[in-house]
Design a protein around this ligand. Sequence first.
Ligand code: PAF
Length: 275
Amino acid sequence: METLQSIEAVRAWRGSGELGFVPTMGALHEGHASLVRRSAAENARTLVSIFVNPTQFGPNEDLAKYPRTLEADLKLCEQAGASAVFTPNNEMMYPPGFCSWVTVEGLGDRLCGASRPGHFKGVTTVVSKLFHIVEPTRAYFGQKDAQQALILRRMVRDLDMPLELIVCPIVREPDGLAMSSRNRYLSEDERRRAVGLSKALFEAQRLFKAGTRTAAVLRGQLIITLDEYVDKLDYAELVDADSLQPVTEIAGPTLIAVAAWVGGTRLIDNVIVAP
Ligand code: PAF
């Protein structure tokens, strides 16, 4: 597996065959490995990028302390079947005078966008730039970041980016906690309580399967369960899985999404239900 440290190196390496691309911010875990494995199975070669993108962090967020574990990340990429890893730095991604942004309007204002203003503008801009550099055939993202995946899918469609965007299932710990790079911030007690997010979602899913269709009822149940476990709720929402508009009765594919603080760590998780 090669490590590519410049945009020029990626362009020289790219060639013309089918290329799968897995953009990441490092601190990789089994969820990322599942994306790399899927890409390696579906493409001649797979490139993983590792870049902690400063423009998607707010001023009071965890940019400075975001885990950086390059050596372990490279090992995971190689074992999962990556052909190369691209590790750009801030100077090449945001050269002096950088002032061009990609925004997907509307979809980024709700859910995570409401508590993280500017976050999705940072994501769409960096991912667009990476797509231009890498020119992938297919790009792989995790369903855990459901709103990110939806926004990126819309960006690819609206701007006719010549690639297929593939969203892969959430990978969970045995107790249900969705894998996340931020789980490593959790103390032992917080780790035990972090399972509250998936517990709440699975309970809502169970009620839905048993016939409950009223969003307020399901939301009430989510909040009761979350209150038992988390320190602060950010949101618990039932929204149309395509438009992200709130639903009152579940009549089509619906995203049930939660975000909550456990100690100093903000965690997110979701399930999709469909009648
Ligand atoms: O999901 C992530 O890790 C990041 O948001 C991404 C897509 C790599 C952009 O920085």
